[in-house]
Design a protein around this ligand. Structure first.
Ligand code: LLP
Length: 444
């Protein structure tokens, strides 16, 4: 199971980044997402260091969709990471934090005209083109703006990763130019005839929560063979981006991806393939998201009173749920948790199910977990919640989104302020004809 590197228990009290979890919950309220700075930095450095050892001609882009805000952009910049953004909004966040645009690439299967113009104006490293229509659009926009737009093509090998169906992005998905259908070749041909775009390389992303390294090797083979048919395109630059997708273990039932074991093999394979296909040695690129952020995060919840239900067993509600972590409901994701506020060492445990507080029967956070007997008001910590929780959070049932704090060296700082009830109303207006009479008089 993946846990933050600074999580420790001292004299029966739990600490993360040197901060006492119970104190954090009192100061910031619950639910609360606590992110450990050292774990984030360690994980980012882990990718950079391993590549430096095995394949120095490389780049790592943090897949910012996993968890993005201006503070995280600063950490990624300081660590020497690149950033993968997927929309104008993510690009805006990164640029607002002063992230260097030459280290940003932009994805998206239906980028708007505005996204494209914003990316070109910002001078980002490359736009990763998803489809033919987008290729034409970028070409037209590039021409109108008088610039040569750096692009990569997102190509899709004839493979399907073993993972949850929602997390597969292989040949059966909505993404990219399918190699086996001839779409990728057609797009490369078009690119070779275009003056308005500068080819930078090829990209593929096979999916998320992948444990098996073998599929990346097979993908590299297909993509390099495709690249070899268009050698003339790679005179200046040739990047091979194999995406992200490295699995983390949210619980004991899951297995994580071993990047250290995987990297020497793929590095060798790419060297062999470039020799075999007479291609320049590519810049090897990866885009990990979850494996950097998930282990760094812990969500704190206050427990409610237990309820026994026939066929479901003992249910214990928390004061959040699918509004701050939709992953169990959406992907049947597994999590682990522990009780923070009491020293339960040596006490017997019972099987319980942790439910959310949202009005949905499917709002169940953790099924059948062994916990000591708890009572209302106890504090629960759910681990490995740093990725794809906050970015997918909602205000469903009128719940304000929780605060996110960054902890390290015994200090906690706000990354994202928790929403208030006033925040919920901030963008709402009552149309004039629906206003109460007394308000209408006031407006006169
Ligand atoms: N690159 C591209 C082009 C991607 O689409 C993604 C994730 C990544 C990299 C990073 O993959 P990671 O290393 O994080 O697995 N909401 C889902 C995950 C969706 C992943 C979308 N793309 C979840 O909560 O599991």
């Amino acid at each position: 199971m993946d846990l933050p590197c600074t999580l420790e228990k001292r004299d029966g009290e739990y600490f993360l980044g040197g901060c006492k979890l119970e104190e954090l919950s009192r100061e910031y309220g619950t639910p609360l997402l606590v992110m450990d700075e050292e774990t984030i930095r360690d994980k980012a450095r882990f990718y950079l260091d391993n590549l430096e050892k095995n394949y120095p001609q490389s780049n790592v882009y943090y897949a910012s969709k996993a968890f993005l805000n201006m503070g995280i952009c600063r950490i990624m910049e300081e660590e020497g990471m690149g950033l993968d953004v997927v929309s104008g909004g993510e690009l805006y966040t990164a640029l607002s934090a002063g992230f260097p645009p030459e280290r940003i690439i932009m994805h998206g299967n239906n980028k708007s005209r505005r996204d494209i113009i914003q990316a070109i104006r910002a001078n980002i490293r490359a736009i990763v083109v998803d489809n033919e229509d987008e290729l034409d659009r970028i070409s037209r926009i590039g021409k109108a703006m008088g610039c040569r737009v750096p692009v990569m093509l997102r190509v899709v090998p004839a493979l399907e990763a073993v993972t949850h169906p929602h997390l597969q992005t292989g040949m059966g998905s909505k993404f990219g130019f399918k190699i086996h259908q001839g779409q990728a070749k057609k797009a490369l041909k078009k690119l070779s005839e275009e003056e308005t775009m500068k080819p930078v390389g090829l990209h593929c992303h096979l999916g998320s929560q992948i444990t098996d390294g073998e599929i990346y090797l097979r993908a590299a083979e297909e993509v390099m063979q495709l690249a070899a048919g268009f050698r003339e395109l790679w005179q200046d630059e040739f990047a091979l981006n194999l995406g992200g997708g490295f699995a983390v273990a949210h619980s004991d039932q899951e297995e994580s991806f071993s990047f250290e074991r995987f990297l020497p093999g793929i590095s060798e394979k790419i060297k062999e393939l470039s020799f075999e296909w007479d291609l320049p040695l590519p810049t090897l690129e990866f885009e990990p998201g979850r494996s950097i952020m998930a282990p760094a995060g812990i969500t704190l919840y206050s427990l409610g009173a237990p309820k026994k239900v026939e066929n479901l067993g003992k249910l214990i509600p928390v004061d959040g749920g699918m509004s701050d972590n939709i992953r169990p409901a959406l992907y049947e994701a597994d999590y682990n948790a522990f009780v923070v506020n009491k020293n339960y060492d040596g006490r017997s445990r019972e099987k319980v199910t942790i439910t959310g507080r949202l009005c949905e029967s499917g709002d169940i956070l953790i099924r059948d977990i062994m916990l000591p007997r708890t009572e209302a008001g106890d504090l629960l910590a759910v681990t490995c919640t740093g990725a794809y929780t906050y970015p997918m959070a909602s205000n469903y049932n009128g719940l304000p989104r929780p605060a996110v704090v960054l902890v390290g060296k015994g200090k906690a700082s706000i990354l994202i302020r928790g929403e208030t009830f006033e925040d919920l109303l901030q963008r709402q207006e009552i149309p004039a004809h629906l206003q109460k009479e007394e308000d209408q008089y006031l407006a006169l």
